[in-house]
Design a protein around this ligand. Sequence first.
Ligand code: PEP
Ligand code: MG
Length: 585
Amino acid sequence: MQVFKGTKIVNGIAIGKIKLYKPPVYEISEDLVTDIAAELDRFEAARVKVQEQQNALYDKEMKEGHADTAGIFEAHAMMLDDDDLIDSCKELMAEGHTAEYAVREGFEAAAEMFRNMDDEYFQARSADVIDLKNSMLDVLFGADTANLQGTEPAILVAEDLAPSETVKLDKSLLLGLVTRLGSSNSHTAILARSMNWPTLIQCHDISDDWDGKFAILDSYNSCIYIEPDQYLIDELTAKQQEDREREAKLQELKGKPSETKDGRKVRLYANIGGPKDIESVLENDAEGVGLFRSEFVYLNSKTDPTEDEQFAAYKKVLEGLAPRLVIIRTCDIGADKTIDYMNLDKEDNPALGFRAVRICLNRRDFFKRQLRALLRASAFGNLGIMFPMIISRWEVQECKEVLEECRKELKAEGKAMGEIEIGIMIETPAAALCADELAEEVDFFSLGTNDLTQYTCAIDRQSANLERFADTHHPAVLRLIRETIEAGHRHNTWVGICGELGADPTLTEDFLKWGVDELSVNPKSILPLRDNVRKVDLSQHKKAESPAPVQTEAKADPAPKTPAPEAKAEVKADKPKGLLGRLFG
Ligand code: PEP
Ligand code: MG
């Protein structure tokens, strides 16, 4: 028996034979040709055919209910219309190169450009361009790639897998996936997550002689066993069976309340990046959206999205999920998320730089475009607006002033608008420590524990080298979370958590004990989290230890929690009745 390590993407156990997935390697001639027009025609025919293939993959994924993965192929089809990419290939053919040579060089250069970008998201897009290059070459060489997967159920082992290769796989024959390359941000990883296949990437030791061997992929332990012994087979078969039973049981939790044994309710919401995630929110029975990272609307666009384009995206999500509350965070560009068309200066410390609400408050037109789109969309569902990276009260006040300005403009234009809850991210130590003051300005807080941890511990969240020092349960962070919840409740401001820590099962009981009102997590974590919540019994904790949850007027909360009478009285004295009244009355 041999054991090889990798990086896990999706937890699970796969048991069966290995099938090596080996796409064809093409010999491309460097010789020049004289019939340039013929090469241009071949290129164009291949481009149209690959575009048709991508559109067909889009339709197939939509039909199978995978709107998120369908979006990848829609983007691929659009990439094949890119003038820069097409022109760079045409220039090479005009010099006398073959269509194959032009595709290889042109597409490789585009992939290299993505690879050299600072942003991890865009770096991962280079794999999409390489995927398209391979599809173009398959067509130009007339290759038959239909049967690379074999005909028996197997653990597929590959150098890397492109999205179009992954999606073409026959799912009924796929037990699990192992690749030598790949990144956790790649589309293949996204696909693997959305399909829930046990997956290991960066398994550097894969070799051709694994082909056909019996193996167990144990991604819980980030490894694959080649020719395991009987003891391991029995043990991991039992674990696989347990997984199946647990998964089936989790499905039974759909429609059940997210409530502890002693009747304490918490709202379990989903984190999403755009309309493509609506399906997954519904499938996993999320009770609302606690974080719609609106910057993805910007990142997915080549140019600054117009008010109408944004309106269409927000409206689609609000309509698709009504009457659930959908909290849309205003654009959080900067730091690790950069966009060319924003023309932002390079900074020495981007995470401490011009980011999120700092950009919005300095670029009013840009900010107003988004706020107007949000206000217009509010007529179609139940909207919450959340401002990121807040450190001071005046920033919240200024955000609300701009919002009010937009509201007046839209009212004068006769546009319909709905009621809105207003909130802020608590993701800086400054905001957590000033939570009492900030709570007077808003309806809700959402703790962004990813940034809160990075800024509290001075640990760059992007750095792999700091892994040893990064403690996601650092007592300073946990204390700020607890104190923020308590401060919010003193002012009748409900408090959620939308950072990754919200899905950490080892903290669920503490968060509930501290009185958290909402946990917003990756849609796939909703049912496991509901399961956790339903196992908690808070009655064993002393009453004094457990701050009472706040009474909210949250429109999406079907069963508002009972307030502590003192907390309610304090609100009435402290806070003008209904922020909405002040903003939109
Ligand atoms: C956070 O910082 O915890 C958060 C949810 O926001 P993001 O990860 O998008 O920065
Ligand atoms: Mg953040």
